[in-house]
Design a protein around this ligand. Structure first.
Ligand code: A2P
Length: 278
């Protein structure tokens, strides 16, 4: 018997393991990756799952526990693979390690999708707003590729507020690809893709549109820039995904326009979810 067959310890297989198929680094703070999709996984575009890696071994018992975080699925429900968009936090327990994953590596994915950024949680309307900051763009990357979004709304406004121009790249490229991709044209239709209005803003680096979206809504420049009337509960619906502070502040702004926060069990005129932040 070869020596290594006697001495080698069994390689632990991860519970709920999926295989990474590709990784793309967008900046020193951001990356996205795609993984295989469990055959049994059904989800609604906009939902999130828990993903992660095996934690370090316990110093005394040697036992390992999974280290998991909530991640919005950035790919649409019809996609064969799952896509995720993440920050890299240098001392973050998970992302300090996750940022080094490569195609062929395994990660843990609990196949239990949940979340409030789903079409079922909104009443019908004419114009759908997606308000994202930072990696809060992820659930909208899913919903922008979801045909139901365009079946239900005449216009889709996606706003993305980030610190600097580099942090817009993932979202901007996704929207540009949507407009030029043959599969998307076929699945969603050119006339539906033409419903998308993209409104990126930066707060810490010069760009064509600067400022926090909350302020731009309050002073009305968003409406002037897009040539649309101010938000009203009669026509407008919104989904929000950003930091806790952002969610709190934009909730006040949207309530000021007369919108009301809903949930899966109680659909109303806007819904909110916290972005994964490290
Ligand atoms: P700012 O640069 O003025 O803080 P972060 O990278 O910290 O998650 O922030 C992402 C983007 O969200 C930044 O442009 C930031 O603007 C903006 N932001 C953070 N907090 C709020 C808030 N409470 N309301 C509106 N925008 C916010």
């Amino acid at each position: 018997t070869p020596v290594n067959q006697i001495t080698a310890k069994p390689v632990p297989t991860l519970p709920d393991a999926q295989t990474v198929t590709s990784v793309k680094h967008w900046s020193d703070r951001l990356f996205s990756f795609r993984v295989t999709r469990p055959a049994s996984l059904r989800f609604r575009s906009g939902e999130f799952v828990m993903i992660g890696l095996m934690g370090e071994a316990h110093p005394e018992t040697g036992k390992q526990k999974p280290l998991l975080r909530a991640y919005s699925i950035a790919s649409p429900a019809w996609d064969d693979e799952l896509e995720f968009y993440s920050v890299k936090v240098q001392d973050g327990p998970l992302t300090s390690r996750l940022q080094h994953i490569k195609a062929g590596d395994e990660l843990i994915l609990r196949p239990k999708p949940v979340g409030t950024l789903v079409h079922d949680a909104l009443l019908p309307g004419k114009r759908l707003w997606f308000f994202a900051t930072g990696t809060g763009f992820a659930p909208f990357a899913s919903l922008l590729r979801e045909p139901e979004t365009y079946e239900k709304f005449e216009e889709v406004v996606i706003t993305h507020t980030v610190r600097d121009v580099a942090e817009l790249a993932y979202g901007r490229e996704l929207i540009e690809n949507l407009q030029s991709d043959d599969l998307m044209q076929e699945l969603i239709g050119a006339e539906n893709l033409a419903k998308i209005r993209y409104y990126p803003t930066t707060t810490r680096e010069q760009s064509p549109k600067m400022g926090r979206i909350t302020n731009l809504l309050e002073v009305g420049s968003v409406f002037a820039d897009l040539g649309i009337p101010p938000i009203t509960p009669e026509t407008d619906r919104a989904m929000v995904c950003g930091s806790l502070d952002f969610n709190k502040d934009i909730t006040k702004v949207l309530e000021g326009f007369g919108l009301e926060e809903g949930a899966n069990s109680d659909p109303k005129t806007f819904v909110v979810e916290k972005a994964f932040v490290g």
